[in-house]
Design a protein around this ligand. Structure first.
Ligand code: TPP
Length: 321
């Protein structure tokens, strides 16, 4: 996929929107306005944005706790997402759950649970159903590298390999699972090495280079659509803040944090676009203004949304069929 100038600017906009939105969520958390935990993916934006961007409206994603950008690219309205985060009635789960557990099947977003890895087999189930219906739908399944130590990951990849399922498995390798560094999580350097064991190609790429993320995802999507089966795509990246808003993050060497800041995915795209004459300082400022205004509106919408009423507590919890 040769990205046009408009597409590059859109990627730039979505990465900024994701970062700004998450920074606002952290402030709301400190103000006691967020229901549940806050897990941000600041520093990792190129992965959810770049892997979701080439998808069709009819494709599915199974995002997890650091994939706010994927929700936005898959067109969940920022206001609705913010309402979910603040536990309000206008969120997709209508104030019944924290934001990490929300989804919207109309938009192709499969909700996750707190059990790490549990949505990987679910993504395979959705892919199998679509394959059996004769559709060329693709499903993108997200997880951190720590999650690849879970059985669900291995069972899901094996199943997908056997049935040639149209799944793109995206490992967001941010170097830590909570406070555990990758060297203590697994005996191999690359999660991608595990792909061939399950009959699929595995690629380990620079996850802070959004163009490369889009390009590699496009190849995986094409393989899946053509019936050539799944791909394991490992994106090496870094989260800037602690595991969650309540983590003081004392376990990472400051020099390492600083080094990764030097590879910031948004700054990199910004500098590339400026250098190539595809973006001016004025245009960049306008994109930022747009992002700030959209996040402000999202907070206003969510603030004005009511909390759910007690009598609605079990609505939508059980199937009425
Ligand atoms: C089965 C299971 N074990 C432990 C946890 C607690 N937990 C939540 S997030 C997390 C770290 C996950 O690391 P990784 O998969 O690398 O994703 P990251 O948070 O780094 O994005 C842990 C241990 C959980 N939610 N589910």
């Amino acid at each position: 996929m040769d990205l046009t100038r408009d597409q590059l600017l859109e990627l730039y906009y979505y990465m900024h929107l994701t970062r700004h939105f998450e920074e606002r969520v952290e402030r709301l958390y400190r103000q006691g306005k967020v229901v549940g935990g806050v897990f941000t993916g600041r520093g990792q934006e190129a992965v959810p944005v770049g892997t979701c961007y080439p998808l069709r409206k009819t494709d599915f994603i199974a995002p997890v706790h650091r994939d706010l950008g994927a929700f936005l690219v898959k067109r969940m309205s920022p206001g609705v997402l913010m309402a979910q985060i603040m536990g309000k009635a206008d969120g997709p789960s209508k104030g019944k759950d924290s934001w990490t557990h929300c989804g919207d099947m109309e938009l192709g977003i499969i909700a996750s649970t707190s059990m790490l890895g549990s949505s990987i087999p679910v993504a395979c189930g959705v892919a199998l159903a679509e394959q059996m219906r004769g559709k060329d739908t693709v499903v993108v399944s997200y997880f951190g590298e720590g999650t690849t130590a879970r059985g669900d990951f291995h069972e899901a990849l094996n199943f997908a390999g056997v049935h040639r399922l149209p799944v793109v498995f995206v490992c967001e390798n941010n170097q830590y699972a909570y406070s555990t560094p990758t060297s203590k999580e697994m005996p191999v350097a690359d999660v991608a090495d595990r792909g061939p064991a399950y009959g699929m190609p595995g690629f380990a790429i620079d996850g802070n280079d959004v163009r490369l993320v889009v390009e590699t995802t496009c190849e995986a999507i094409e393989r899946a659509r053509q019936g050539d089966g799944p791909t394991l795509l490992e994106c090496k990246t870094y989260r800037y803040s602690g595991h969650s808003a309540h983590d003081t993050d004392g376990y990472r060497p400051p020099q390492e944090v600083e080094e990764w800041h030097g590879r910031d995915p948004i700054h990199r795209l910004h500098d590339d676009l400026i250098m190539q004459g595809l973006l001016t300082d004025d245009e960049a400022a306008k994109i930022l203004e747009r992002v700030q205004s959209e996040v402000k509106q999202a907070v206003e919408f969510a603030t004005n949304s009511p909390y759910p009423r007690g009598e609605e507590a079990i609505e939508g919890v059980y199937s009425s069929a």
